[in-house]
Design a protein around this ligand. Structure first.
Ligand code: AMP
Ligand code: ZN
Length: 122
């Protein structure tokens, strides 16, 4: 845990979030400023700054998290099949555009067009 980290505070329950999934590895909640009809944030329970900190020793929890994305996306409104789908975005570090320094995966989906900052197709 990191004392001044807003996402650690969500893990601890010190600040509210619309949590849609939680397990031993991660929690998933709705982004407060959605860029798409479905915009979730998946975070590890423990404080990891970004993907810049991740190495081979992290394959367990990180692999389990990624493997849960498709089911969580479908359960929360992403559309099934090749005409549906979702986008996973992870901003890492200053050059990567990261604003909250606790690793998080944006899970975005729902019918296009999207209007937010992560709406670009390219
Ligand atoms: P990033 O630029 O990748 O670090 O994205 C940070 C994301 O966290 C943004 O999409 C914000 O809207 C979102 N966010 C910041 N604070 C909260 C919060 N308290 N609850 C939910 N989402 C948040
Ligand atoms: Zn944290």
């Amino acid at each position: 845990m990191s004392a001044n980290c807003i996402f650690c505070k969500i893990v601890k329950g010190d600040i509210p979030a619309k949590i849609v999934h939680q397990d031993e590895d991660c929690i998933v909640f709705q982004d407060i400023n959605p860029s798409a009809p479905v915009h979730l944030l998946m975070i590890p329970r423990h404080h990891v700054v970004s993907m810049q900190e991740v190495g081979a020793e992290d394959h367990g929890w990180l692999g389990r998290m990624m493997a849960k994305v498709p089911a969580i996306a479908l359960e929360n409104g992403c559309n099934p099949g090749p005409n549906g789908g979702f986008r996973i975005v992870t901003n890492s570090g200053h050059d990567g555009g990261q604003e909250v320094h606790h690793l998080h995966f944006h899970i975005l989906g729902g019918k296009r067009p999207w209007k937010g900052s992560m709406a670009a197709i390219a």
